[in-house]
Design a protein around this ligand. Structure first.
Ligand code: ADP
Ligand code: MG
Ligand code: MG
Length: 883
């Protein structure tokens, strides 16, 4: 079998088509090489080897050794150096790279092949002894960390000690002999820690690194990253072995990262950072302040350090041309790594760039306008769930704010929270439901879980491409990085800036869009959804056939939902109007009334209130369909809970508290979810139905008259199991309609339908459709009743079900297609058999879940209805389902 694919010298054995085997990095390198771009020669060991290795007790297929040796010879041939040669040694990097890129989560080793002999050869051929020993000490440290499992910081400490002892302030102050001495100290550290010499044989180094890189697929931070991002653990990583090029060969050398368009705003400008006389990991580590690529960016950041454009104009011109060519070739925004070795440009990585949702939208829309991609492709490129981030608030510009410090605007959005200084604290805070901002000097992949738990991240060191910045953007979390004025004292649990101190537990606000760190909780403002967002959503609307409605009960939410593009109300829960502080007493009077007359009295008071609620919604929806559900929850939910409330109500009603207590107890139920609710209430309390229907119809009449736009009205009965129930309630609704007709001389048109949230209703859908002109699947209840579990107290065992893999996903978040979906399919089939034009929608949480929306679109539902903030997500998911 072929396990190894070579690239370099203007050719390549693989390319993007083999991304599953070569990983994103390996495939991208092969692709660039085939395009004739300057890529150091190398080869990639496939992900299948990783799978084989992990499944077979860490053994490789025998054949691999030969293929690797041959490929290594091939690199040497192109690079005109030999691996292990003492005069002109070939050095390589051993790089990890999965098909789905996981930036910085796995390991890489640079400068491999150096030992006490080859370092002398490198010094001679490069004519730069200092460089050779700088590379060697880097190698010992990286190999020691990644392969030998030593602590990275142990090496750092020794280096600091050496500098201190010799009066050297910066790395740049160290001479060749200094680095040589540091190499000896580092090797001594290895012997001290492991009782074994640092491995000198290049062959042994190579296989040690290959094993370590493959092993890093399962390191804890990679595992956490995959879990957070829903990436499967099966695929494995590829290993790319590539000839080293040196950005640390003096001032005409450099290393950097770039994005072909701005990864935060999406603006069509080349954007990135570089460091002269450095190696790749220096940029990502955030240990030195990187410099801007372009003059334009330098002007914006006000940096005093020169840009690449001004300091290496020829390299910059070549690089810009390469960027343009790669973008055209890949038809996507790319994340690039490059190194300049003595004035010569080398490309080290090209992969689709991680970007903010704002940038994703802008680049997709721009690229469609540029003719690089079609509108459908643009729509397909946006992950619907990520739209959520757009709805992130920003700092209210009118609010007064007290700036504590400034850093870089590393990931947009604003967040407030109390300060914590470790990922463990952040994690604990999350489990306690506290909102925190994680403050670190810089983050490392070990902090990913803490970053996930925090509302926002603040670092005092590191650039826009530092670990914290990259990971936060990927998570859609606000992040301010490199706030250099801040001094953190972890021991004391404080941070200071400008003479002021903030303690652990104090509240701050960070603005990842501007880089500001503010004292206290600053008011936030909702974002504007115009520009690229509006344009792309317009394209999505042209593509989709599924309508998107919203679940709302208040005018404010209804207005917001229309702003998000809702095409009607799929569920108005009338009871939510009852919880209003001013009304709850009247509602309680109605429930507790002991005589028909007393109940009628209370209902008379509620009627005008409900009428005006409905009128407001009808007006906002202006001719779009509005589905109103009759009262659903168990009555005791409305009753007073504590003694003070009971006393208050007793006074208002002029009865003894004991009576109220007794009535409350009488209404208590063991299983309210399966109790006296929904249609069952409508049957026991026909007066409530009458009041609600009157309010609905009168409001519809009034709004129709006032606006000249008739209300598209749908009245819906919850928790139906059988046609007989539906017919009884239907008859009561007709009676109420008659009352309205008598009072007003006419009544508005409306449709009458049912929710389907019990398995029996789904099975009896053929019968129900004789009376109902529409169905609305209440998938929350249908999931509960199909599984026979109550969502309210399912969390403990549901979580272990998920952990054990007994369920593929939380069925309350994403529809269980196999069971609940099957009931929905059956109900649709039987309902349509009775009434071919029956309107069918969904009004559960699942109506806003992209995976569930694919299912609903697939069985040709008419609409889904979801909470206002999910409407854009649903519009996009419905379009993608139609592609
Ligand atoms: P990651 O996936 O964490 O970015 P990489 O394998 O891309 O890891 O490598 C880390 C750093 O080392 C990058 O900056 C990269 O450009 C640099 N690097 C990798 N291979 C080479 C090489 N052959 N020559 C010079 N620099 C390299
Ligand atoms: Mg990289
Ligand atoms: Mg329900």
């Amino acid at each position: 079998a072929k396990w190894v694919y070579t690239f370099g010298g203007g050719a390549a054995e693989g390319g993007i088509a083999l991304v599953e085997s070569l990983g994103a990095k390996g495939a991208g390198l092969a692709e660039m090489s085939a395009l004739g771009l300057p890529v150091p020669p190398g080869f990639t060991i496939t992900t299948e080897i990783c799978q084989h290795y992990l499944a077979n007790g860490h053994a490789f297929p025998e054949e691999l050794t030969r293929q690797v040796a041959a490929a290594l010879d091939g690199i040497g041939h192109v690079a005109e150096r030999r691996f292990g040669d003492c005069d002109n040694p070939l050095l390589v990097s051993v790089r990890s790279g999965a098909a789905v890129s996981m930036p910085g989560m796995m390991d890489t080793v640079l400068n491999l092949g150096l030992n006490d002999q080859t370092v002398e050869g490198l010094a001679r051929v490069s004519g730069d002894r200092r460089f050779a020993f700088d590379s060697y000490r880097r190698f010992i440290q990286m190999y020691g960390d990644v392969v030998l499992g030593l602590d990275h910081s142990a090496f750092e400490e020794r280096l600091e000690d050496y500098k201190l002892a010799n009066g050297l302030a910066f790395d740049s102050d160290l001479s060749a002999d200094d680095w040589r001495a540091v190499c000896d100290i580092f090797k001594g550290l290895v012997v001290e820690e492991l009782d074994e010499a640092f491995p000198q044989a290049p062959e042994a180094q190579l296989w040690g690194a290959i094993r370590a890189v493959i092993g890093s697929w399962n390191n804890p931070r990679a595992v956490v990253y995959r879990r957070i991002n829903g990436i499967s653990g099966e695929a494995g990583t590829a290993v790319t072995i590539q000839a080293m090029v040196f950005g640390n060969l003096g001032e005409s050398s450099a290393t950097g990262v770039a994005f072909t368009r701005h990864p935060s705003t999406g603006e069509k400008v080349l954007w990135g950072e570089f460091l002269p006389n450095a190696q790749g990991e220096d940029v990502v580590a955030g240990t030195r302040t990187p410099q801007d690529l372009t003059e334009r960016a330098r002007a914006e950041t006000g940096s005093e350090l020169p840009s690449l454009e001004s300091s290496m104009p020829e390299v910059f011109a070549t690089f810009s041309a390469v960027c343009a060519q790669l973008e055209r070739h890949h038809r996507d925004v790319l994340d690039l790594e490059f190194t300049v070795e003595r004035g010569r440009l080398w490309m080290l990585q090209a992969r689709p760039a991680k970007r903010t949702i704002r940038a994703a939208l802008k680049t997709a829309v721009d690229m469609a306008h540029e003719g690089l991609i079609t509108k459908s492709e643009a729509v397909a490129r946006i992950e619907p769930r990520t739209l959520d981030q757009l709805l992130h608030p920003t700092i209210d510009p009118d609010a007064s704010s007290d700036i504590f410090a400034r850093g870089l605007p590393a990931s947009p959005g604003a967040a407030s929270g109390t300060v914590v200084f470790s990922s463990e604290e952040a994690e604990t805070a999350r489990t306690q439901g506290r909102k925190v901002i994680l403050v670190r000097v810089e983050t490392s992949p070990e902090d990913v879980h803490g970053m996930h738990a925090a509302r926002g991240i603040l670092t005092t060191r590191g650039g826009m491409t530092s670990h914290a910045a990259v990971v936060a953007r990927g998570m859609g979390k606000p992040c301010v990085s490199g706030a250099g004025q801040i001094r953190v004292d972890f021991h004391a649990g404080t941070m200071t800036a400008g003479g002021r101190t903030i303690r652990r537990g104090d509240t701050i606000t960070i603005d990842g869009g501007t880089g500001q760190v503010l004292v206290g909780a600053v008011p936030l403002r909702e974002p504007e959804l115009s520009g690229a967002f509006a344009e792309l959503m317009g394209w999505a609307d042209e593509i989709r056939t599924l309508k998107i409605r919203t679940n709302v009960d208040t005018p404010a939410d209804a207005r917001a939902a229309r702003g998000f593009g809702a095409e009607g109300i799929g569920l108005c829960r009338t009871e939510h109007m009852f919880f209003d502080a001013r009304r709850i007493t009247v509602v309680r009077e109605m429930i507790l009334a002991e005589t028909e007359a007393a109940r009628a009295d209370a209902l008379d008071k509620l009627l005008p209130m409900q009428r005006s609620d409905f009128a407001a919604l009808f007006e906002i929806m202006s001719g779009l369909p509005v589905t109103i559900r009759l009262l659903d929850p168990p009555l005791h939910e409305f009753l007073p809970k504590g003694e003070p409330e009971i006393a208050e109500l007793a006074a208002a009603m002029g009865v003894a508290p004991a009576r109220i207590r007794a009535r409350t107890q009488a209404l208590a139920e063991a299983n309210p979810m399966l109790g006296h609710r929904g249609v069952r209430l409508a049957i026991s309390f026909p007066e409530i139905v009458e009041m609600q229907v009157r309010a609905i119809l009168e409001a519809a009449l009034a709004v129709g008259d006032e606006t000249g736009v008739p209300v598209e009205l749908e009245i819906m009965v919850p928790l139906i199991a059988a046609k007989a129930e539906l017919d009884l309630v239907g008859a009561r609704i007709r009676q109420a309609e008659e009352i309205v007709r008598k009072l007003h001389g006419r009544a508005p048109a409306f449709q009458f339908g049912t929710m389907i949230e019990l398995p029996r209703a789904a099975l009896a859908a053929g019968e129900l459709a004789k009376s109902a002109s529409f169905f609305s699947f209440g998938t929350n209840d249908l999931t509960q009743t199909t599984f026979g579990i109550s969502r309210d107290d399912a969390a403990p065992y549901l979580n272990s079900y998920l952990a054990l893999g007994l369920l593929p996903h939380d069925p309350f978040a994403s529809l269980d297609e196999e069971g609940v979906g099957e009931l929905i399919r059956i109900a649709c089939e039987r309902g349509r058999a009775t009434r071919p034009d029956i309107k069918i929608g969904v009004c559960g949480e699942h109506g806003g879940d992209p995976a569930s929306i694919h299912f609903f679109a697939g069985i040709n539902l008419d609409y889904v209805s979801c909470s206002p903030f999910r409407v854009p997500i649903a519009r996009l998911a419905a379009a993608q389902a139609a592609l």
